[in-house]
Design a protein. Structure first.
Length: 170
């Protein structure tokens, strides 16, 4: 996988995503051991301590919001994260569960305009973390080869999804 990752041109077609089942977790156990704990913020949850994201430059996670708070930890490379407050959900063209129909080129960073939400933008690099509050919209793009993790196993209650209507728009 690493050889392909290094040889891959800018692409959104080769991405190891958060769907890290138990057999993947065993194969990647050393990576989890390297990250360690974040006491007071995260708690160990056997078999579910985080999600791993590895991809080449150009990997994109389109506009969406999560049903939990998330902590995004960047291990290698840089990601550009665009953010929209949950207050602007009515402007996010939310027609498919937690996803938006906005395309990146149509929704540049900057102040709100009629029919457009305010978009914030930041880059996160190795060793940096970004807290993504539940319901906040985000679009993530890899600026180069990236390795990151995201965590939802907070010490405080983080169950905002049990009663979420999964059919249709918000």
């Amino acid at each position: 996988m690493l050889a392909r990752l290094r040889s891959e041109a800018e692409s959104n077609d080769f991405y190891m995503t958060a769907n890290n089942h138990a057999h993947n977790r065993r194969a990647l156990a050393e990576l989890w051991d390297d990250v360690g704990d974040i006491p007071g913020y995260l708690v160990p949850v056997p078999g579910f301590d985080g999600f791993l994201w590895i991809g080449p430059k150009g990997t994109i996670t389109p506009w969406h919001h999560d049903l939990t708070n998330n902590l995004l930890l960047q291990i290698a490379g840089t990601k550009r994260v665009r953010l929209v407050s949950s207050n602007d959900t009515p402007l996010m063209r939310n027609s498919r569960h937690c996803f938006s129909d906005w395309k990146t080129d149509d929704l540049p960073p900057g102040p709100a305009a009629p029919g457009r939400p305010q978009v914030l933008e930041c880059d996160i690099g190795p060793g940096e973390m970004l807290f993504l509050p539940v319901g906040w919209w985000h679009h993530v793009e890899a600026c180069d080869i990236t390795i990151g993790m995201s965590f939802t196993n907070f010490a405080a209650d983080n169950d905002f999804y049990s009663h979420y209507a999964s059919q249709g728009a918000l």
